[in-house]
Design a protein. Structure first.
Length: 267
């Protein structure tokens, strides 16, 4: 009997998604001749309906991920019909701001479930470390959380929030949201390990280590008073950096190249 990687019990496994199927659905463009999302890997760029999934979790743990994070987050991320999280922030006065960032007390906004956002984020970071996933190009690079993989796993099962861990939830800062996503990758932060990933309209940043600066600890969306949530221009720059790095090594597939040329590069 295979073993579930979350609960560590010998159980029948379900086909688990790395990023939820609903994220892929928001990356489709029905107006295109081929509406499937453009997948960019280090090796190739192509339009594809294939999603990143494998047999990783049992049915009970799949349901746990859905109940405590995925269902709410996926219903409230950026979609063509609206972006409820961003709309809730726009209707609320920030408790602080400057030219590049505004921060809000998520706990004071009934329409925002910060706990669901944090749980969802940590579930994705944990998946990126706990399992080696495959995309159309083969095995993915993933991330390494070291000892924090275990403390995050226990949190996902109901234990306390991990020590020396900071999670930041940031909302796309402009009304026009880029319909894009990328899986967890290594980011940059002083004195600690840093990782981030994106789904439409939302960036999640994880920092781990004893050297996390005090000012960053104070910003944690889970542990800060008021459960801070942000709108930040850095979401755009992080996204540009992530895709620029991928594009620098990728090879465009014949099918994607033909589509781009047929549409004069606009698709």
């Amino acid at each position: 009997m295979p073993r579930c990687k979350l609960c560590k019990q010998d159980r029948e496994l379900r086909e688990s998604h790395f990023l939820p199927a609903a994220v892929y659905a928001q990356l489709r463009n029905p107006a295109d001749q081929n509406p499937n999302p453009v997948l960019i890997t280090r090796n190739v760029s192509l339009t594809t309906s294939k999603q990143i999934k494998d047999y990783v979790l049992c049915a009970e743990c799949e349901e746990r991920f859905s109940k405590f994070g995925e269902t709410w987050v996926l219903a409230n991320m950026a979609r063509p019909e609206g972006f409820p999280i961003q709309e809730a922030l726009i209707a609320t006065k920030p408790i602080g701001s400057n030219e590049t960032i505004a921060y809000y007390s998520g706990a004071a906004i009934p329409a925002v479930d910060v706990d669901a956002l944090v749980y969802f984020a940590l579930s994705i970071f944990w998946r990126a470390s706990a399992h080696i996933w495959r995309n159309v190009s083969g095995y993915m690079e993933g991330i390494e959380l070291g000892p924090f993989e275990e403390t995050i796993r226990r949190f996902l099962l109901g234990d306390k929030f991990p020590a020396d861990t900071v999670i930041l939830v940031s909302v796309w800062p402009t009304k026009e949201v880029l319909p894009a996503a990328y899986t967890p990758r290594r980011g940059k932060a002083p004195g600690c390990h840093c990782f981030n990933f994106l789904i439409p309209g939302l960036e999640f940043k994880l920092m781990t280590g004893k050297g996390i600066p005090d000012d960053l600890r104070a910003m944690c969306s889970y542990a800060s008073p008021g459960k801070l949530i942000y709108t930040a221009m850095s979401v755009i720059s992080d996204t540009i950096e992530a895709f620029t790095k991928l594009i620098s090594t990728t090879r465009e597939s014949k099918g994607l190249k033909a589509m781009r040329e047929k549409t004069d590069g606009v698709f």
